[in-house]
Design a protein around this ligand. Structure first.
Ligand code: ZN
Length: 384
């Protein structure tokens, strides 16, 4: 029941960070995105992993709330020893004023008097006095020293407002300010602490029907954080920064969209499935990310194979065939109707890709893709 020192939260975060990027493996891996960004909510561009410090504060508030609102032995002991007034952001509706703290609770206005009249609060001897106690003493507050006229007037004005308030002889209901229904939740504290975060939403990714791993991949691509060679160079990697498919520098934009290979892929693909999308999709939007992710992931996997296993790409259609296999596999995430539409679309694209491959083979250059490579065998998608 205490605030963890920053050194402790930093150590815990370091372990969580390492686990996030390299799992249980001992091999050091690059941390592609700042931990602070990852800990932001998905609405603010992060992954919604909880920040330890904010959780710590939220849970502390929960204890504090219990202490203030539940009766019991431990509450009595802790109150007697430590409790010196309310600093919780609670909302009190004043009836008899026995619960509401005169200075500390926001009962008269939206903000508590300790923040709207800080000098008076500072000088007052009774900082944690209840509203009821103020009324019982006929508004006689005592101060550390004599009040200059301006402060005296301010004090009179406050008391005037106090006496114009409607009081009632029943208990004050206490509610939690940051929850609509007035009940306490740790989440509300956490969200309040995170309300200042800024970032871009990636709702289109999180809402898409894709395996979680692929969503993270898309998020990294959009964050500009995937380890293309330009990003590796920024991390002092000494290797060759040129693209595995051509001889230009490899950047995210180059690899996925500007590379000659990517242009062929999008060329074939877009021709084929533009008509496919427009015939069966209103706006094509839900499947747009789905297809984009499949093609980008297929490019990425093939690029890794070329970079790390030295397996040269024979024809860009290899990548399209792989993307088709991925789409027919991921289509299972949709309902039956959409699934069959996707399968139909995949079939069209696949036919186009196979046609191109065969044509190239007949012309004799380059060699047929996919015939000797089991990973690109898409018999289930092709024969369906
Ligand atoms: Zn290239």
């Amino acid at each position: 029941m205490y605030l963890l020192p920053k050194t402790v939260t930093d150590k815990l975060d370091k372990q969580r960070r390492t686990f996030f990027w390299q799992g249980n493996g001992l091999k050091r891996k690059y941390h592609l995105v700042k931990w602070e960004t990852i800990c932001q909510s998905k609405e603010k561009g992060g992954l919604g992993i909880k920040g330890i410090r904010r959780m710590n504060i939220g849970l502390l508030c929960k204890w504090w709330w219990k202490l203030d609102n539940e009766k019991g032995l431990w509450q009595d002991i802790v109150k007697a020893k430590y409790f010196r007034g309310g600093v919780l952001r609670r909302k009190v509706k004043v009836n008899n004023g026995k619960k509401a703290l005169f200075w500390e609770d926001p009962w008269l206005n939206d903000k508590p008097l300790c923040t709207t009249a800080p000098v008076l609060y500072d000088l007052c001897n009774e900082k944690f006095i209840t509203v009821y106690q103020v009324l019982s003493a006929s508004g006689q507050l005592t101060f550390r020293h004599w009040l200059p006229p301006i402060l005296f007037e301010m004090c009179m004005k406050i008391l005037e407002d106090v006496y114009s308030n409607d009081f009632d002889n029943v208990a004050d209901p206490v509610t939690w300010k940051w929850c609509k229904d007035g009940s306490f939740s740790t989440k509300s504290v956490y969200n309040h602490l995170a309300s200042g975060d800024v970032g871009v939403k990636f709702t289109h990714i999180w809402k898409a029907k894709l395996p979680y791993k692929i969503k993270i991949f898309c998020w990294l691509v959009e964050e500009g954080a995937i380890l293309t060679k330009d990003n590796m160079v920024k991390r002092n990697w000494p290797g060759d920064p040129t693209c595995c498919f051509c001889h230009e520098s490899e950047t995210i934009n180059h690899l996925f969209f500007q590379c000659a290979v990517a242009k062929v892929i999008w060329g074939i693909d877009i021709q084929q499935y533009r008509s496919w999308m427009s015939t069966w999709l209103p706006g094509g939007s839900p499947v747009y990310i789905f297809c984009l992710a499949a093609v980008c992931w297929a490019i990425w996997k093939r690029r890794n194979k070329a970079c790390f296993e030295n397996k040269k790409l024979k024809h860009p259609a290899e990548i399209i065939i792989h993307a088709c296999a991925l789409m027919s596999y991921w289509a299972g995430l949709y309902g039956a109707e959409m699934q069959s539409k996707i399968m139909e679309g995949v079939k069209t694209v696949l036919l186009g890709a196979v046609y191109v491959v065969n044509l190239e083979a007949r012309l004799g250059s380059p060699k047929t893709a996919g015939d000797s490579d089991p990973e690109y065998s898409t018999s289930e998608a092709a024969t369906d």
